[in-house]
Ligand binder design. Sequence first.
Ligand code: NAD
Length: 306
Amino acid sequence: MAQILDGKAYADRMLEEVRLAVEAREAKGLAAPCLAVVLVGEDPASQVYVKGKVAACAKTGIRSVERRPASDISQSELNQVIDDLNGDPNVDGILVQLPLPRHLDAKAALHRISPAKDVDGFHPLNQGRLFEGLPGLRPCTPSAVMRMLKAHGLMMKGQRAVVLGRSEIVGKPMALMLLEEHATVTIAHSRTVDLPGVCREADILVAAIGRPGLVEGSWIKPGAVVVDVGINRVTDVSLGERIFAAEPAKLAKLREKGHVLCGDVRFGEAMQVASAVTPVPGGVGPLTIAGLMMNTLEACQGKPCD
Ligand code: NAD
C-alpha cells in the first residue's frame, strides 16, 4: 500500500511558517503583509475559492482586502482597479480570481498586475524568471508541490518525471521546476500518443488535466510517486462505478450525496501500485493556498522580482 502524501498537514506547516514570519515582522514594528483579492461577479466556485484564501490570510496574520466589481465591469474599469492596487503602498500582493466573465481579457488583466505584486506568478516577467531559473514569484500550485516533495526527501535528480497537462498555471511551471531539480521531464497532454505508456515511464507522475479518474492504476509504474492536481466534481454514478471501483467508500458517498470530489487519478488503484499518492480532497488544494500565503510574504519582503 502506498503512503498518502498528506497535503493538508504539510500546508498547515507552511501556514504556521508564514504566521511566525508575520509575527516576527510585527515584533520589529513592521506591517503585516497585505493581499488584495479581486473577484469579478458572483461565480459560486470563485466565491468559495476566495473565501478559502481570505480565511488562510486570517490564519497567518496576513491582512486581506477584497475588491468585488460587478460582472459587467469593463476592461478599462478593471484595469483601473488593478492600477489602483498596483499603486497602493499598503498592498503587497494582488490576485485576480479566475475565471473572469467572458467579455473580459483575463491575460490582459493578469499582465496588468505589477510583477512585484504578482503573487499568482502568472505575469510573463515572473514566468520568464522561472524559465531562466532566477528568483521571482512562482505559481503557487507547482511551487507548493515541490516544497512538499522536497520535505518528504523525494529524490528528483535523474528521475523520470511525467507531467500530464500543459497549462501555464500548473503543467508548464511544474515541468520547469522538476527540470530545475534535474529530473528528466516529459510533458504529456491531450494530443500525446499512447498516454498510458508515457505515464508508465514516470518515477514521478503529476496529473493536472481536469479529467476525473483518467489515470488508471495500470498507467502507473510500480513504486512511482503520484501527485494529483486535478479537482473534479463527479455527479454521474455510472462514471463513479468505473473510476471508484477500488474506492467503495467514495462510490457509496456519491450514491448517497449525489456528488463527490475526486482527482485525475483513480486514487484507490494508485494506492495499490505507487509508493506515495496525494489524495483529493486534502492533497494539492490546501498546498496551493499555503503557497499563495508564502508568495504574499515573499512579495512583502521585497525579494528580487522586478
Ligand atoms: P487546463 O484546462 O488549463 O489544462 C488542462 C491540460 O490538460 C491541457 O494542457 C490539456 O492538454 C490537458 N488535457 C486535457 N484533457 C486531456 C486528456 N484527455 N488527456 C491528456 N491531457 C489532457 O487546466 P489547469 O488549470 O492546469 O487545471 C488542471 C486541473 O487541476 C483542473 O482539474 C483544475 O481544477 C485543477 N487545479 C487544481 C489546483 C489545486 O489547487 N489543486 C490548482 C490549479 C488547477
